[in-house]
Design a protein around this ligand. Structure first.
Ligand code: C2O
Ligand code: CU
Length: 495
């Protein structure tokens, strides 16, 4: 990766001062295309993130401790200086049940300020872990809330304004699984037939992860290999006929187009905010940064199946798209089935109704134009509240991708209904939705509160460089007739 940077510098200099620009860009063009298909030897057993331990306090709350710190992580044939929660890289899987009250003691043992945001979680804004809830070095922040949403695969990661891309890239991310009392009849043995897969593209550079960002790319860092749960060239041993994979795209910028190498179908059973109405049979699935999906795949005894990311077919073409990862392909994970497989019960035909906002109830429509690093022409301002929504109401949010870059749109606290476009993968509860250049998303968003006129939630592009550079806005939830207040002044010593 280091020499890519050299090419970048040479190219940049050439562009500025002499006639070699064409050649330099030509070289960069050739190198910008990453393709690992057929070139991954799958020699490392994937690790499954450990389940976080917890205890119950005197108030009956489930208490977790989570410490962010630096360390050295062995990725499998390559060791690097990284950051992690409770370990050197990534973090344990937090798990709690609907109705439970939780406390997470987030301790910062890093040398710089960070935050921890609960992506996909419905909770009070002051507990959200966005850019206003900073945790300074040596400090412990203890958010507490009641889990009040259906079973889902959520995640947590830093959200310090201007530093989110860096902190996530170094390794700060983990899963937060929510369980509920509905019994969907899905494989549910953690690490056995219910396996979380944190997908990240990374590049290594000397002693660490190369956080430089690609030459000519406006999306930030695109790695040249795919890691699963922090493991390079990974394989997963399975011993049941059906395996449920909980997929998280925890990459900074790359949109994945997931398929199996033999084009086998799989069943999509859940997206960001929980189960779909029923399993949907698919052969491919687009997963942009921040999105999750749960799929169930069937294996035959003794076989090998490879999870792959193909070129995203709806990705922008041409010059710019190439430098945004649009022509890249990756072999991600080899699934190795045991010679004898435990039978799995068949998937249920249906899971039941999905809790989604009703567009017929919408009280107003707002538009959000994404372009450059701005939303509606404005860069993020921690002191400005962009939207005040009334508790208990539903709104239509029309999100328009107005430039040549891939973006997506993530809204804190809520799970939206995607009215348009229509597809199985967008039919359930979503908190992050991909938007190709020129695309218009229509979302129904319901604000269930609680109201807090002063502390905002965020909405933003989850391409982390875009977010850091200002493609983010702030909304508060207010009581009927209440006016938005003033955000707390964020202490951000990392600008
Ligand atoms: Cu996953 Cu506002 O973040
Ligand atoms: Cu973006």
């Amino acid at each position: 990766m280091r020499w890519k940077l050299v090419v970048g510098i040479v190219g940049g200099v050439a562009l500025l001062c002499c006639g070699g620009a064409g050649a330099a860009i030509g070289t960069a063009w050739t190198r910008a295309d990453t393709d690992t298909v057929g070139a991954v030897d799958f020699r490392n057993a994937v690790r499954v993130p450990p389940l976080a331990t917890s205890r119950t306090d005197g108030d009956g709350r489930r208490v977790f401790d989570l410490t962010a710190r630096a360390g050295r992580h062995d990725f499998g044939g390559r060791t690097a200086t990284t950051w992690g929660f409770d370990g050197a890289y990534l973090g344990p899987t937090l798990r709690a049940k609907r109705g439970e009250r939780v406390v997470v003691n987030v301790r910062n043992e890093l040398a710089e300020t960070t935050t921890v945001h609960w992506h996909g979680m419905h909770l009070p804004a002051v507990m959200d872990g966005g850019p206003h809830q900073v945790v300074t070095p040596g400090e412990t922040w203890s958010p507490t809330w009641r889990i009040d949403q259906p079973a889902a695969t959520l995640w947590y990661h830093p959200h310090l304004h201007g530093a989110t891309a860096d902190h996530v890239y170094r390794g700060l991310a983990g899963l937060f699984l929510i369980d509920d009392d509905t019994a969907p009849g899905l494989p549910a043995r953690y690490g056995v037939d219910d396996v979380p897969l944190v997908l990240q593209d990374k590049s290594f550079d000397g002693d660490g992860l190369d956080n430089g960002g690609a030459f000519l790319s406006d999306v930030g860092v695109l790695g040249d290999e795919m890691l699963v749960n922090g493991v390079r060239a990974p394989y997963l041993d399975v011993r049941t006929e059906l395996v449920r994979l909980r997929l998280l795209n925890a990459g900074n910028a790359r949109t994945l187009n997931l398929v199996f190498a033999d084009a086998r179908p799989f069943d999509l059973v859940a997206t960001d905010g929980g189960l779909l109405d029923r399993p949907h049979r698919l052969t491919g699935l687009l997963l942009s940064p921040g999105e999750r999906a749960e799929v169930v795949v069937r294996v035959r005894p003794g076989e090998r199946a490879v999870l792959r990311s193909e070129r995203p077919d709806r990705h922008p073409d041409g010059f710019q798209g190439r430098f945004q990862g649009g022509s890249d392909r990756f072999d991600i994970l080899q699934v190795r089935a045991a010679g004898t497989l435990e039978p799995s019960p068949p998937l249920p035909a249906a899971f039941g109704p999905v809790d989604l906002p009703d567009p017929a109830q919408a009280v107003r429509t707002r538009t959000f134009d994404l372009s450059g690093t701005r939303i509606n022409g404005a860069n993020m301002d921690l002191g400005r509240i962009d939207v005040a929504a009334t508790r208990g109401t539903t709104e239509i949010w029309e999100v328009r991708n107005r430039d040549g870059s891939p973006h997506n749109f993530h809204v804190h606290d809520v799970q939206v209904r995607v009215i348009d476009p229509v597809s199985p993968a967008l039919s359930g509860r979503k908190d992050t939705v991909f938007a190709t250049p020129g695309q218009v998303l229509r979302l129904a968003v319901r604000f269930d509160g609680p109201a807090d006129p002063n502390v905002p939630y965020m909405y933003h592009c989850h391409v982390l460089r875009h977010e850091d550079n200002g493609m983010m806005g702030q909304f508060v939830v207010v009581e009927p007739g209440q006016r938005p207040g003033t955000p707390p002044r964020a202490r951000h010593d990392h600008d």
